[in-house]
Design a protein around this ligand. Structure first.
Ligand SMILES: [Zn+2]
Length: 355
């Protein structure tokens, strides 16, 4: 059984450039209209740190619109989730531009106290926006997908009540940030974990529902549609070491291609889903939450999203959110045969669930 989850990273460019109206507000309004038409919901990963700074420094006239839009998303039953690019937390203005603190680029390498400060502050701001003093998002996605080393950040976020992570993309590798999700490739469609997001641990407090990827040869990575999005990723002005590391990332036979509903064209999206549907026919009993990613800043072709939703509907695939499927995930896990008797963390060889 397949359920499809659209996740939307709600943010401007990673270096602080771009306007909220163009990169966040307007594309999200387009998506809201499309999803309303299909009576469907998505998960909005709100990058809270940048919104807080932008509001404090009054640098973007669209901040009230964006705050109102998040309330509207909440009211329309879209899931409000936490996304964090911590380089914004110490951001300052210089010559009318943002200077971000790249020393804090990866939340996971910061001291526990600092992680806790950042998360508390972000949750407080998010609660103010949604107007619910007790609001706790169910789900989290790390900035630049960096949820390694997992232990400390996961334990802080779990203390605050967050229960699902969706940062992993199987096969992912970034030498510059020591991100390595290759070990997760053997895992199922979702798994519990504790101190290492790559390693299933049935007793862990956290659940990973990764972004769906396919490993593809390098020549399948760029398409005309995707080529338009060269900017906004990575850190500008990389030094020699970082360039070397980026080069090492490219020296692979195959790459993880994320299921991206803002970057892929309809043919690519439906081709992946046709393969998922075929797998499901061969193995209909296993539950398969398929997570797609999109970025507000990348949405240039809303018609593709509309047509893709039509494709999913025609194929009888339910569109859901983490909040809706969470109890089902827990239930499926409690019923799944524990092939290794709960010793996956020791053997690391047998996936918790088939996938
Ligand atoms: Zn992001």
């Amino acid at each position: 059984m397949i359920e499809f989850i659209f996740t939307l990273d709600y943010e401007i460019y990673g270096d602080g450039s771009g306007t909220l109206r163009e990169l966040v507000y307007e594309p999200t309004e387009q998506l809201r209209t499309i999803f309303r038409k299909w009576n469907a919901q998505f998960v909005a990963f709100i990058e809270v740190a940048e919104l807080e700074k932008i509001e404090a420094h009054e640098t973007d006239e669209a901040i009230p619109l964006v705050k109102k839009q998040i309330q509207d998303l909440c009211r329309d039953n879209h899931e409000i989730a936490l996304h964090l690019h911590p380089q914004w937390c110490n951001a300052r203005r210089q010559h009318d531009k943002w200077v971000l603190d790249y020393g804090e680029y990866n939340l996971c390498i910061l001291p526990r106290r600092r992680i806790s400060e950042i998360v508390d502050r972000s949750l407080q701001y998010l609660r103010k926006i949604v107007g619910q003093p007790e609001f706790i998002p169910l789900s989290f996605r790390a900035g630049n997908w960096l949820f390694q080393p997992t232990g400390t950040a996961a334990s802080v976020l779990a203390e605050k009540g967050i229960q699902i992570d969706s940062s992993v993309f199987k096969g992912g590798l970034q030498h510059n940030h020591t991100l390595d999700y290759r070990r997760a490739s053997r895992n199922g469609y979702y798994w519990k974990f504790s101190s290492d997001v790559n390693l299933p641990d049935p007793r862990g407090p956290w659940m990973e529902v990764p972004i769906y990827t396919e490993m593809v040869p390098f020549w399948r990575m760029p398409t005309t549609k995707r080529m338009g999005f060269a900017r906004g990723f990575g850190i500008h002005g990389q030094g020699f070491r970082q360039k070397l590391n980026s080069g090492r990332d490219l020296l692979r036979f195959s790459y993880p291609m994320k299921l991206d509903f803002c970057r892929m064209n309809l043919r690519e999206l439906t081709a992946i889903m046709n393969r998922v549907i075929q797998n499901d026919r061969q193995d209909p009993s296993s539950y398969k939450p398929i997570v797609a990613i999109g970025h507000t800043k990348d949405l240039t072709d809303p018609r593709t999203v509309d047509n893709f939703l039509a494709f999913l509907r025609t194929n009888g695939i339910t569109i859901s959110t983490f909040a809706i499927i969470y109890s089902k995930l827990l239930n499926e896990m409690s019923q799944a045969p524990c092939i290794t008797g709960g010793c996956e963390t020791q053997s690391n060889l047998v996936p918790v669930l088939k996938g």
